[in-house]
Design a protein around this ligand. Structure first.
Ligand code: ATP
Length: 601
């Protein structure tokens, strides 16, 4: 599978690829019965509609010219019947194909979503969330459109075209060939201009997605925009994008409005040749009037399928681009996955050992950790400190098995984490990130995120222990209050407390905590610290600490520097050692002192 570009502008069309088409057709197989019925109905409908001009010719020759009203009534009735049947078949077809198309879309989207959730962090690194989302929505839609409309149009219009050509040749091959004289001209117009039209539609769509991207960024960043008074500059940028879109659209529509009328014009030349030649034949009694009318009627029907097919073709090409992107996701295997002989992790006591652990985020990326050796006893409270980018988060990422070590191994209670099932391991571990993620739903649902079956009593106790009961009771709906995605209804401190509550309820044996850097008011800070003491009790804990004052009583402090543990010990030991920790501590301490003096606290 080719490497699909994620950062650059994604191509909207790709050449026809038989392999992708075969894979796409596999999604149709479970519905082959219903699809065969659809195709059958389409073909019957097409045959009925193709009979119309012949019936019309018969009506003229045998009914009108011979003044036979029985034939006129009969043919009129049959034509009406054909249209009625056509309407009924069309209705059935549309329903069936839309139903099947939606089922296939449903299957594809579900498969993608399920697969996406199994993918490792490395997949998401460097792949913008917006683009992943667009793959699941836009790209599946493009494929859905092809199935819904495209494939049936293709079958229908192709048989229509073949049917028309066959009937024309059968009726009078010389006259048919004469009317095809203009074909090369037509071919030239379609081949040269149609890609240009598609190109300009594609530009129009691209400019539209630029508008969407800009809108998205503006809404997400509205606070920063207003804070920096950037509205004017933003308006200018948006204005440019907006007029790009307008121009692209106008060009597309101008081209489109010239091509099809010219195609019809050329078609008319063919028809005129038939009229000039055919009329003479009718006058010489070599052809009947009804025959000529039927022939011309078929000629007029020729352009519809041609235009529909050229549109379907570009639909196929854009579905190829979508298929490539979708299959790239489906073909990516999760890097961190259960080994075939993985066993469930026993109930964890909490001993953690790092043995010569080394790590890099990618083969072409620099070494981030090297020779990390640690031995943590069950229940120990470990603090990780060090400059930004030193590797603290990486250490906990490895412990959670978000990534696998590239060198060395990590043992929990003597078990190599790579040898146990991910589910059994992660269920016994908990993590609270700096920016606690709140899912849309109620506060209770968020609390239960790690343990849906917790009793109401346990929920209440956890909430009290982390002191969220106080602010929750102020909401009219209490624990049933709906919180929005990313928890914008809650303050930073409240979100952190909620995340603690969730972790407490899921009762992990090893807890990882990325201490919030954002400052909260002193009272919330005290709440957080008190809640933290409860949450940490009886668990092995790793705390990535930014405020060194909060970790003075940690059992072990690890100083991470350039991907290695440069110092380790208790606060007193490290201060006495006079290394980096002492430097960091005294700098922070001095800063706090001077801040306190300035604010008069
Ligand atoms: N997903 C990633 N892909 C590639 N490189 C990464 C990734 N995450 C982190 N890094 C790199 O690994 C190094 C260590 O990063 P890490 O996040 O572990 O540092 P940290 O000590 O936690 O920093 P901070 O205190 O700022 O959070 C950095 O140089 C960073 O650029």
């Amino acid at each position: 599978m080719s490497q699909v570009e994620w950062d650059s502008d994604e191509l909207e069309e790709k050449p026809f690829n038989r392999q992708y088409m075969k894979r796409l057709i596999k999604y149709l197989l479970p519905y082959k019965r219903i699809l065969s019925i659809v195709v059958l109905i389409v073909l019957v409908n097409m045959a009925l509609s193709l009979a119309e001009p012949l019936l019309l010719g018969y009506l003229i020759d045998e009914g009108i010219l011979k003044k036979d009203f029985t034939i006129i009534y009969w043919i009129g009735g049959v034509l009406l019947g054909i249209r009625l049947l056509g309407w009924l078949f069309g209705y059935l077809d549309t329903r069936m194909i839309n139903f099947t198309g939606q089922r296939i879309l449903f299957d594809l989207r579900q498969q993608l979503f399920n697969h996406l959730q199994t993918l490792s962090f490395r997949f998401f690194d460097g792949r913008p969330a917006g683009k992943i989302m667009s793959r699941i929505t836009n790209d599946t839609n493009a494929i859905g459109e092809l199935i819904n409309g495209g494939l049936i149009t293709m079958v229908m219009e192709f048989t229509h075209l073949i049917g028309i050509v066959a009937i024309l040749l059968w009726m009078d091959w010389k006259l048919a060939l004469l009317s095809f004289i203009t074909m090369p001209l037509l071919y030239l117009i379609i081949v040269v201009l149609q890609p240009k039209i598609e190109g300009s539609w594609s530009r129009s769509r691209k400019t539209m997605s630029a508008i969407n991207g800009n809108l998205n960024e503006t809404i997400q960043g509205i606070r920063v925009i207003q804070a920096f008074s950037r509205q004017k500059e933003n308006n200018r940028r948006f204005d440019k994008l907006n007029s790009n879109n307008k121009q692209a659209f106008m060009r597309a529509i101008t081209l489109e409005s010239t091509v099809w009328p010219s195609v019809e014009m050329i078609g008319m030349i063919g028809t005129c040749i038939v009229i000039w030649f055919g009329a003479r034949e009718v006058m010489n009694d070599a052809l009947t009037l009804g025959f000529l009318m039927a022939f011309i009627n078929y000629l007029w029907r020729f352009w519809g399928p041609l235009s529909a097919l050229s549109k379907v073709y570009s639909q196929v090409l854009s579905a190829m681009a979508s298929a490539e992107r979708i299959f790239e996701i489906l073909d990516t295997d999760p890097e961190v996955a259960d080994r075939t002989n993985a066993k469930p992790m026993k109930p964890i006591r909490g001993e953690v050992v790092f043995e010569n652990v080394g790590f890099r985020y990618g083969d072409d990326k620099p070494q981030v950790l090297r020779d990390v050796n640690l031995r943590i006893k069950p229940g120990q409270r470990v603090a990780l400190v060090g400059p930004t980018g030193a590797g603290k988060s990486t250490i906990v990422n490895l412990l959670m098995r978000f990534y696998d070590t590239t060198e060395g191994r990590i043992l929990i209670d003597g078990e190599d984490v790579k040898g146990v099932t991910l589910d059994s391991l992660r269920r016994q571990m908990g993590i609270v990130l700096q920016d606690s993620f709140i899912f849309s739903g109620t506060i209770e649902e968020n609390l239960r995120y790690g343990n849906e079956d917790a009793s109401d009593e346990a929920l209440r106790r956890a909430a009290e222990n982390v002191r969220i009961d106080r602010f929750v009771s102020q909401f009219a709906d209490g624990y049933q209050t709906q919180v929005e995605e990313r928890g914008s209804k809650l303050s930073v401190g409240q979100r952190q407390l909620l995340a603690f509550g969730c972790v407490l309820l899921s009762d992990p044996r090893i807890l990882i905590l990325d201490e919030a850097t954002s400052s909260v008011d002193t009272e919330t800070e005290q709440h957080i610290q008190a809640a933290l003491q409860t949450v940490l009790e009886g668990r092995t804990a790793f705390i990535i600490a930014h405020r060194l004052s909060t970790i003075r009583d940690a059992d072990l402090i690890l100083v991470v520097q350039n991907g290695t543990i440069s110092e380790q010990g208790t606060h007193e030991e490290l201060i006495a050692a006079g290394g980096l920790y002492r430097k960091l501590y005294t700098t922070q301490f001095d800063m706090q002192q001077s801040l306190a003096m300035q604010t008069g606290a």
